[in-house]
Design a protein around this ligand. Structure first.
Ligand SMILES: [Zn+2]
Length: 210
């Protein structure tokens, strides 16, 4: 795994879609689960760094796209972790997937996940996909954006991958007002310095494109 900060990592070799690993005293939280067939890669990456499947306590799913939930069944089967997602995403996950989770927690805008990184706020960002959520750690200025933010190769086409482009622009404005110090996108590399400006300029560009 590649360290982004002492308690946040990303798993490489996922082909498409970022998987983040967050560390707390009681164990690990995964954010998203990659493409279909990549669940094994996630478990291997954890194992290489000395983490058994049981160390994964929770899996947060930002949204129900195949490049984010493909490995979910494998990961939940091995870890029996708690599943955390919005009501829309939870509904779209197959019954079987949910049954693999030890527990599930349905989260909505403004809720605080107090057991993760000292408190992660849930921000609904439905522009990319209905039921999409981002996660915000205010004291550290860390934004886990999911596909509300794509950098790198997919950055240009992000508006065309969105369920609702004007809502996506609204979401990006809302995220920019948080003035994040570190943005972990659903695709591409992290943003650090000037992330808030980057987000608001993306919103403006999306609005100007049509
Ligand atoms: Zn994606």
């Amino acid at each position: 795994m590649l360290a982004i900060s002492p308690d946040i990592w990303t798993i490489r070799a996922m082909l498409v879609g970022r998987v983040y690993v967050l560390r707390d005293a009681d164990g690990l939280t995964l954010v998203d689960a990659g493409l279909w067939g990549r669940g094994g890669r996630i478990l291997e990456a954890l194992d290489r760094d000395g983490y058994a499947p049981e160390s994964v306590r929770r899996v947060i799913v930002t949204h129900h796209d195949l490049d984010h939930v493909g490995g979910l069944d494998t990961v939940l089967h091995a870890t029996r972790a708690e599943l955390i997602a919005s009501p829309v995403t939870m509904q779209r996950l197959r019954r079987g997937t949910r049954a693999l989770a030890r527990e599930s927690r349905t989260v909505t805008d403004g809720m605080i996940l107090r057991d993760i990184l000292g408190g992660l706020a849930v921000i609904e960002t439905p522009g990319h996909r209905q039921g999409h959520i981002s996660l915000w750690q205010p004291e550290r200025g860390v934004l886990i954006a999911g596909d509300a933010v794509m950098t790198g190769a997919l950055s240009r086409v992000a508006p065309w991958l969105a369920h609702d482009r004007s809502q996506l622009a609204h979401d990006l404005d809302r995220l920019s007002r948080l003035a994040p110090q570190l943005v972990l996108p659903g695709h591409g590399g992290v943003l650090r310095r000037g992330a808030g400006v980057w987000l608001s300029s993306r919103a403006a560009r999306i609005r100007g494109a049509y």
